[in-house]
Design a protein. Structure first.
Length: 402
């Protein structure tokens, strides 16, 4: 598995053809194109890569950064970095200007953000944006210079700066300059450059610390909600999960507070652990599924044995029992950097304590050693019942983590 992350950066130029800003674009690999099926997830991963793996200032210096923001980010469902970060919020062309979006944009402007409308094509449906945004981006290749020459005067009355994008040749650049465009972007000036950085283990450890806080007695739910809200990718995945067909709510859950309340701590513990394990290895879904089967089996057995208050710890032990396979390093090395309790580490490394006994039984059962898979009052028939129940759930969690 590669531990590299990628961001595409394309320069934006002023009328003197000096670099004025950059656009940052999601990339899944070291190629200068990408098919994006889920704009929300792409933006969440882009923000994580920019602010935690590569570094915002390392990418753009003191220049503004244009970043695509789909509707769910605009209306506050997922967090946007603070305005002092010098971000230009780029409104994607498929976002419709309904009342909630307009109110959200006005609030963002009051907070100091610069707003840009992406790919405006003079469609009347997007006219409500024109009096709000600071920058209007127009696709020269799509609209054509002839139409632009007749349409630009009506746009200039709104007072927004005009950005010509997809400028391919010098002739187009000069014509756009003559038409009064303020900013320029396109292959004539620069193709997007792929910038890479390493995924940092600090993010993974932060998720482990969050998981540990969940296990603390008398956990402060408001503090927990705040911690989750600071992790864009985790917030996105939790909201996507709680609004999935698995729950079938009649109305959409739109906030992390409501998500935590709706899921409850037990489910939240599981999901945070799943995200944690998924962050360790994105290319080993089959290993993650096996780890989740063990985790869910351990949790189920905790309930059978009257250990309900410790169910999250049992889940963690089962999940981390394949951490060596997920990370590709010996288990003792994998555990050394993680802030987990000594009881959990000893159960994983030595099979010690009640945790270790339950884990050993689950591993034996999953590996087909049925004769050894016995503990207390739990017989092989019950183990089979538990196993058949958790396998489909494990598959759902793998989908959640991706």
């Amino acid at each position: 598995m590669s531990d590299l992350v990628y961001v595409a950066r394309q320069s934006i130029y002023d009328r003197d053809f000096n670099v004025s800003a950059y656009e940052l674009l999601y990339r899944s690999g070291n190629v200068n194109s990408v098919e994006v099926d889920d704009h929300g997830l792409a933006t969440a991963e882009l923000l994580g890569n920019v602010f935690t793996s590569i570094g915002f200032e390392d990418l753009v210096g003191d220049k503004p950064a244009f970043i695509n923001m789909p509707r769910e980010f605009l209306v506050g469902r997922y967090p946007i970095p603070e305005s002092h970060c010098n971000i230009v919020i780029e409104i994607l062309e498929h976002v419709e200007p309904d009342e909630q979006v307009i109110d959200a944009l006005l609030a963002l402007k009051k907070r100091g953000y610069t707003l840009a409308l992406d790919d405006y094509i003079f469609d009347p449906i997007h006219e409500p944006f024109l009096g709000i945004v600071d920058i209007i981006k127009l696709d020269v290749a799509d609209i054509g210079l002839d139409q632009l020459s007749t349409k630009l005067p009506e746009l200039k009355q709104y007072g927004a700066r005009l950005l010509a994008e997809k400028v391919e040749i010098e002739e187009e650049a000069q014509q756009c300059l003559a038409l009064g465009f303020d900013l320029f972007q396109g292959y004539y000036f620069e193709r997007p450059k792929i910038v890479s950085g390493r995924k940092i283990s600090g993010n993974q450890i932060a998720i482990v610390e969050l998981a540990n806080k969940i296990h603390q007695a008398n956990v402060d739910v408001s503090k927990l909600t705040e911690l989750i809200s600071h992790d864009v990718a985790l917030s996105y995945k939790l909201l996507r999960y709680v609004n999935s067909a698995m729950y079938g709510f009649e109305r959409e859950i739109t906030s992390i507070d409501e998500t935590v309340f709706t899921l409850g701590l037990d489910t939240l513990v599981r999901l945070v652990h799943v995200v944690m394990a998924g962050s360790f290895s994105e290319d080993s879904a089959h290993v993650l599924e096996s780890a989740l089967v063990r985790a869910l089996m351990c949790e189920s057995l905790a309930l059978e044995l009257g250990k309900e208050s410790d169910r999250g710890t049992y889940f963690m032990v089962g999940l981390f029992s394949l951490l060596d396979a997920l990370l590709g390093v010996p288990l003792d090395e994998a555990l050394a950097e993680l802030p987990i309790s000594d009881d959990v580490k000893q159960a994983l490394l030595q099979g010690a304590g009640e945790l270790g006994k339950v884990l050993s039984m689950v591993v034996d059962y999953c590996e087909g050693n049925l004769a050894d898979a016995m503990i207390g009052s739990v017989d092989s028939k019950k183990l089979m019942e538990l196993y058949l129940n958790v396998v489909p759930m494990a598959r759902q969690y793998v989908q959640f983590s991706s």
